[in-house]
Design a protein around this ligand. Structure first.
Ligand code: PLP
Length: 383
């Protein structure tokens, strides 16, 4: 599909970073702008449009333009982390506003919502976002201002129906924001499905090399809410450094290759592990046995993502045994890098988490799929 603004496919947009060259030097890679402040003209205006780089750094612009193109949004904003981007969406609301968010979601954001956002005055309700009737029951027309979705949702990879929930939320007067980190802009297009704001932790697939912390928001339109989000960033100052922004753009240029490889290998591993006696259950949206599979087929294109979880038949101790005995799979948190990671997720999330104790979360990288499988199998405890 050729996109409307750039005129080429997402693949081409990514590989060429929208094809811009540096006008001054004719360099095929754009320069990094380190200046924090810009000259004011004699007429007292700012002829470059840049004033101070907390709000405007020219290094962000090509990254934001590419994100905006991929998500077909009105505007994209880079942030200093995924959490900075996500929290800006909530900080742009007002104390007293009612918010619906999923029970299964990125753990640190869930913690922030329950501890910080509630003490700041937001009324946060965590619900089962896979259940449309539950969404209907909990929406309070006029009071609910935001519905937050994460799909596939960490770490059970639950799928929520962006189109159906957006219709319901809009009828109730609420905006919809989607944490689309694990879907990436290539597999799901939340704005086209009706969402108002998309969030990415660029730390994950977008950068893809586990060496930059950054986040982004893409807005569907320029309304009062989006303006408040812009102000949260400009005044709160949760922005990345210019070197990180440039490194992120370099990472993004191979996003399509990395995501395709991770999706294929994740599907392969999910099918293989589903048949293994030491594995009680494989959670992966691409499996027919998975409860969200049908909606995933409707709203994801080109793959079901590079994230899967397995529940180990021997329980928590057996799960920790597997994680302890892998060689290729690296024992670490995070996801979306070129190297495959394994994590006993309940140990990270702690009490109150919906994550079962026998669950291992797998972030599938771009290594050889047979070697990744063999490494998991040799790490399984004796039956
Ligand atoms: C990592 C992650 C975040 C937070 O992003 P940071 O860049 O680590 O702040 C939010 N949502 C999801 C789904 C994530 O995986």
């Amino acid at each position: 599909m050729a996109h409307k603004k750039y005129g080429y496919s997402p693949k081409t947009a990514l590989a060429q970073a929208l094809g811009k060259i540096d006008q001054e030097t004719q360099g095929v890679v754009l320069p990094i702008h380190v200046a924090t402040t810009y000259i004011r003209g004699k007429d007292n205006s700012y002829p470059s449009g840049n004033i101070y780089s907390r709000a405007d750094n020219p290094t962000y612009k090509p990254v934001e333009a590419l994100l905006c193109e991929l998500e077909q949004g009105h505007e994209a904003l880079l942030f200093g982390s995924g959490m900075a981007a996500a929290t800006a969406v909530f900080l742009a609301l007002s104390p007293g506003d009612h918010v619906l968010a999923p029970k299964v979601m990125y753990w640190s954001l869930r913690n922030w919502l329950l501890n910080f956002a509630t003490s700041w005055g937001l009324k946060i309700e965590l619900i089962d976002m896979t259940d449309i009737d539950a969404v209907k029951r909990h929406l309070q027309p006029g009071r609910t201002k935001l519905v937050w979705l994460e799909t596939p949702g960490n770490p059970l990879w639950t799928i929520s129906d962006i189109a159906a929930i957006s219709t319901l939320a809009h009828e109730a007067g609420a905006q919809v924001a989607v944490d689309s980190t694990c879907a990436t802009p290539l597999l799901t297009q939340p704005l086209a499905l009706g969402a108002d704001v998309v969030m990415h932790s660029c730390t994950k697939y977008l950068n893809g090399h586990s060496d930059v912390i950054a986040g982004a928001l893409i807005g569907a339109r320029d309304d009062a809410y989006w303006q408040r989000i812009r102000t949260v960033r400009a005044q709160g100052g949760a922005v990345p450094g210019p070197h990180d922004a440039a490194q992120l753009l370099r990472g993004m240029r191979t996003l399509h290759l990395r995501v395709r490889e991770s999706c294929n290998t994740a599907m392969f591993l999910a099918r293989q592990l589903e048949q293994h006696p030491a594995i009680a259950e494989v959670l992966y949206p691409g499996l027919k046995s998975f409860s969200g599979h049908e909606i995933a087929c409707q709203q994801m294109q080109g793959g079901f993502g590079g994230m899967l979880s397995v529940r180990v038949a021997g329980g928590e101790a057996a799960a920790i045994h597997v994680a302890a005995h892998t060689r290729l799979w690296k024992r670490a948190t995070s996801l979306g890098g070129v190297e495959s990671l394994i994590e006993h997720r309940a140990s990270v999330e702690g009490p109150g988490s919906p994550c079962p104790a026998d669950l291992l979360r797998l972030s599938v990288g771009i290594e050889d799929q047979d070697e990744l499988l063999a490494d998991l199998l040799q790490a399984m405890p004796e039956q």
